[in-house]
Design a binder for this molecule. Structure first.
Ligand code: SF4
Length: 294
């Protein structure tokens, strides 16, 4: 059970320097999903919390958003450093409160989650023009999933994605982070390709404080893969990703799916097959992949 604190803040929307959005909003600080590889755990140092990442959540109460219409046409990413639909949202509804404040503003909404609690807000989200919802799925193996995160089961994430897609909301399957030789990207793509518009691919990056925890996990649970992980994450060898990139390009071709490199600025008709977009070590791989472009 996470330690929960309520916190008064001035605002919840901030300028954002992520490539795909202009603003971000995080209705909570901290995340009960406690992913072993959480890229957002650096946030802990700004909170004053002694508990480990995943064991605390600050619930934000903000001043009313002044003139929501000023965000019309702007990209707003909800959930850049927390999951806006982690379990505590069921009690506090701060993400829903944010959506209600922004309804009718014309903002371009993008939400990322590992939960199906978002189904509660489907009718509300549908009212936002061009809203996009993404689910992170990096395995179909429930044991590995539960070793890695406290989010909803994969079956529930897939079902939620399908429900949103059937309702006409743009959906993304974010295959991230890809664990070498553990994440079966092709199997996931085959599962989701009929109910998402985009498939984003991102490799596991172990630069953070969680590197030793993940390496220890591999040593204990997938010891045969330890030499590969040592090569990739201790020696910094990118060859694995280059081969995987080439293999996935061929796979995309077999599946009649478009494959792009590091490109999030394109649109397709809603009912088109999803586009696979590779966000591996962007600049390095871009060059080699561009040579063998499909
Ligand atoms: S769901 Fe996202 S923010 Fe939450 S712990 Fe996992 S990676 Fe971190």
């Amino acid at each position: 059970m996470a330690i929960v604190k309520e916190k008064q803040v001035n605002g919840v929307i901030t300028k954002c320097d992520l490539p795909a959005c202009e603003y971000s909003a995080n209705p909570y600080t901290g995340c009960e999903h406690a992913c072993k590889y959480c890229y957002a755990c650096f946030m802990k140092r700004f909170t004053g919390h002694e508990e480990k990442w995943g064991d605390f959540v600050d619930v934000k109460f903000w001043q009313p958003i002044k003139k929501p219409a000023k965000y019309a046409g702007k990209e707003l990413f909800i959930g850049s450093v927390t999951d806006p639909y982690q379990p505590i949202e069921e009690k506090y509804g701060r993400t829903r409160a944010l959506l209600e404040e922004l309804q009718g503003s014309g903002v371009k909404l993008s939400i990322s989650t590992k939960s199906d609690l978002i189904l509660r807000d489907l009718d509300l989200i549908k009212t936002f023009p061009n809203a996009r919802v993404s689910w992170s799925i990096n395995t179909l193996n429930e044991k590995f999933r539960s070793d890695m995160d406290n989010g909803a089961s994969i079956i529930r994430r897939l079902a939620a994605m399908k429900t949103f897609h059937d309702a006409g909301v743009h959906t993304t399957c974010f295959i991230s982070p890809i664990f070498p030789e553990i994440t079966d990207v092709k199997a996931i793509v085959k599962q989701v390709k009929t109910h998402c518009n985009l498939i984003w691919l991102e490799n596991l990056n172990l630069r953070g404080a969680f590197k030793s925890a993940v390496m220890d996990y591999i040593e204990t649970n997938y010891s045969a893969l330890l030499p590969l992980y040592a090569d990739v994450y201790r020696k910094g060898n990118d060859t694995y990703w280059q081969f995987l990139d080439e293999e996935l390009q061929m796979f995309a071709k077999e599946q009649n799916l478009e494959y792009k490199i590091n490109d999030d600025k394109f649109t397709r008709p809603f009912n088109s097959p999803p586009v696979m977009v590779n966000f591996f070590y962007h600049s390095k791989i871009k060059k080699s992949a561009a040579k063998s472009k499909i």
